[in-house]
Structures are given as structure tokens and as C-alpha cells.
Design a protein around this ligand. Structure first.
Ligand SMILES: NC(=O)C1=CN([C@@H]2O[C@H](COP(=O)(O)OP(=O)(O)OC[C@H]3O[C@@H](n4cnc5c(N)ncnc54)[C@H](O)[C@@H]3O)[C@@H](O)[C@H]2O)C=CC1
Ligand SMILES: O=C(O)C1=N[C@H](C(=O)O)C[C@H](O)C1
Length: 268
């Protein structure tokens, strides 16, 4: 007897990441793609809309209706910072497991959603970055910050990105803050001649956000010490790099009974 495929809904299925997720779902035989949700469309076939040919899977604009009618096991969300929190709440309240790549949730919001998941006994995954290389970059940066506490983060993204700094930069900073005693870097008397010149201040160090057409998703974590520099860099050159992590999360969330924040919690 074969296991039943995991029924998956995709919120933001018409977007840059949503399209990649749809491609992934139709390629893997243990996934059944049951409904696409996107604020921009209703009724039309997802496949023909995004150039994959007829899939017989509809786009539904209303999330509640999509979950009630198509009864997915998992909701994958790649939408917007403004929409994601409500989407996770709606999913958890219906016993649908969220797998969330959308960034923009604060640490407090993630904690609140984790409490909700626990109350409902529903598993979930929120990961600001599903690329294994980016997860390693964050881990290596945390290791380095213990010994080289002078650090600055530069994240670089395409110019259609809505949030700054990126979710990855914020998670990198959270990890660094856990191991780095808080002190304010730079000269005590430094002044910004142009507001924002020194970047966003987080726990004593800075995050800088670059937005340019041509970029996909990139980050450098720079460490400075006496007579030496260390740079840890990750480049996402294509959105396909996020898909193995998304697939892992969809499979693993079926066995979770709590909400986890970060792909690292699903890796050996
Ligand atoms: N965790 C990860 O590995 C990654 C996360 N991201 C994040 O994923 C999110 C989406 O990124 P992109 O795909 O580049 O954006 P996008 O703008 O290409 O796609 C977003 C889609 O969501 C739809 N949408 C907006 N509001 C909605 C709502 N209320 N209900 C349903 N659909 C809605 C839009 O119509 C659009 O089709 C961003 O927050 C981005 O930072 C992006 C890449 C990797
Ligand atoms: O918007 C993007 O593109 C990306 N968003 C995520 C983030 O904010 O960190 C992940 C990756 O950097 C791509």
C-alpha cells in the first residue's frame, strides 16, 4: 500500500516564489497540489496562468474558502509581509500546517504564532531562507561572531522586494546577538552627515540593504579584527535554490507538533 500524497495549497502561487513552488509540487509524486491562492486571481487554472499547461487546479482569491473547500494538509505561503500573519492564523485555526517563506514577521509575531500552533496542536515551519547555503552562512556567522564581535551585514536583493532589511539579515543578526556581548561599534562620536548612511542599528552593529535590478538574493557578513577581515557570503543565483528546503519542510511538517522558526531545525 502506498502513502497518500500530501495535499498542498500555495498562497502567492502567481508570484516569483509561488511559481517555483508550483513547479516543485507537480514534479514530486508524494505531493498533490490542490489549490493556488493569489490576491490577483480567482477561478482560472493555475497551470495555464503561470505557463505550465492545464493542471486542473484553480486559483482562489479567498484563503478561508480555499482551505475549507480543498482541505489541504499544508499551506505554503510566499505572499507579502502584510498578509502572512493572518494567513498563518487562518491555517492553524483550521488544522492546516503552515510552511512559510514570507518574510517581515517580527520575533514577537513568530512567538505569538508558535503559541497559537501549540494551543491548536498543529505543526508549522517559518523559514526566512530555505536555501541550504544561506542556512550555513547564518550558522558560520554565528560561530565567527563569538571570536570576531565587530560585524556588519550587507544584504543585496532585487528591486521588487518589499521589506528591508531582509528576513535573512534579521535572522542572521538574531543569531549573532545570541553570542556577541552587546557593545556599540564604531567611533563614539561618529555622526551621519546623511541620515541612514551607517545602516540600520541592531544590538550594537549595522545592517545595510541594497536594492538593484539584476540581483536575486545575496548577503555578506563582514567581520573585522586586529589586522584581519573575514567575509562570509551567500549568493542565491536562481530561486530554484530554495526548493529542496521547501520540499523538506513540506514533508517534515507532517510529523511536527509545534511551529519551528528556521530550516536549521529540520536538518540533521
Ligand atoms: N524563505 C525564503 O527562502 C524566501 C522568501 N522569500 C519571501 O517570499 C515572499 C514573496 O516573495 P516573491 O515571490 O518574490 O514576491 P512576489 O511579489 O513575486 O509574489 C507574491 C505573490 O503574493 C500575492 N499576494 C499578495 N498578497 C496576497 C494575499 N493577501 N493573498 C494571496 N496572495 C497574495 C501577490 O499577488 C503575488 O503574486 C517575500 O516575503 C520574500 O521575502 C523570497 C524568496 C525566498
Ligand atoms: O525577497 C526575496 O527575494 C528573498 N527574501 C528572503 C529574505 O527576506 O531574506 C529570502 C531571500 O533572501 C530572498
Amino acid at each position: 500500500m502506498t502513502d497518500k500524497p500530501i495535499r498542498v495549497a500555495v498562497a502567492g502561487a502567481k508570484g516569483r516564489m509561488g511559481r517555483e513552488v508550483v513547479k516543485l509540487l507537480v514534479q514530486e509524486s508524494d505531493f498533490a497540489f490542490v489549490v493556488g491562492i493569489d490576491a490577483r486571481l480567482d477561478g482560472v487554472d493555475v497551470g495555464t496562468t503561470i505557463g505550465l499547461g492545464e493542471l486542473g487546479v484553480p486559483f482562489v482569491r479567498d484563503l478561508e474558502r480555499a482551505l475549507d473547500v480543498y482541505k489541504p494538509d499544508v499551506l505554503v505561503d510566499f505572499t507579502t509581509p502584510a498578509a502572512v500573519r493572518r494567513h498563518v492564523e487562518v491555517a492553524l485555526d483550521r488544522g492546516v500546517r503552515p510552511v512559510v517563506g514570507t518574510t517581515g514577521l517580527s520575533e514577537a509575531e513568530v512567538e505569538e504564532l508558535a503559541r497559537r500552533a501549540q494551543m491548536r496542536g498543529v505543526g508549522g515551519v517559518i523559514a526566512p531562507n530555505f536555501a541550504i547555503g544561506a542556512v550555513l552562512m547564518m550558522k558560520f556567522a554565528q560561530m565567527a561572531a563569538k571570536y570576531l564581535p565587530h560585524v556588519e551585514i550587507i544584504e543585496l536583493h532585487h528591486d521588487q522586494k518589499l521589506d528591508a532589511p531582509s528576513g535573512t539579515a534579521l535572522k542572521t543578526a538574531e543569531g549573532i546577538q545570541r553570542v556577541r556581548a552587546e557593545f556599540r561599534q564604531g567611533h563614539p562620536d561618529e555622526t551621519e552627515l546623511l541620515e541612514g548612511a551607517r545602516g540600520a542599528y541592531v544590538g550594537g552593529f549595522r545592517i545595510h540593504s541594497v536594492r538593484l535590478p539584476g540581483l536575486v538574493a545575496h548577503q555578506e557578513v563582514l567581520f573585522g579584527g586586529e589586522g584581519q577581515l573575514l567575509t562570509i557570503r551567500h549568493d542565491a543565483l536562481s530561486r530554484s535554490c530554495f526548493m529542496p528546503g521547501v520540499a523538506l519542510a513540506i514533508r517534515r511538517v507532517m510529523t511536527l507538533d509545534r511551529l519551528v522558526y528556521g530550516l536549521e531545525h529540520l536538518l540533521d
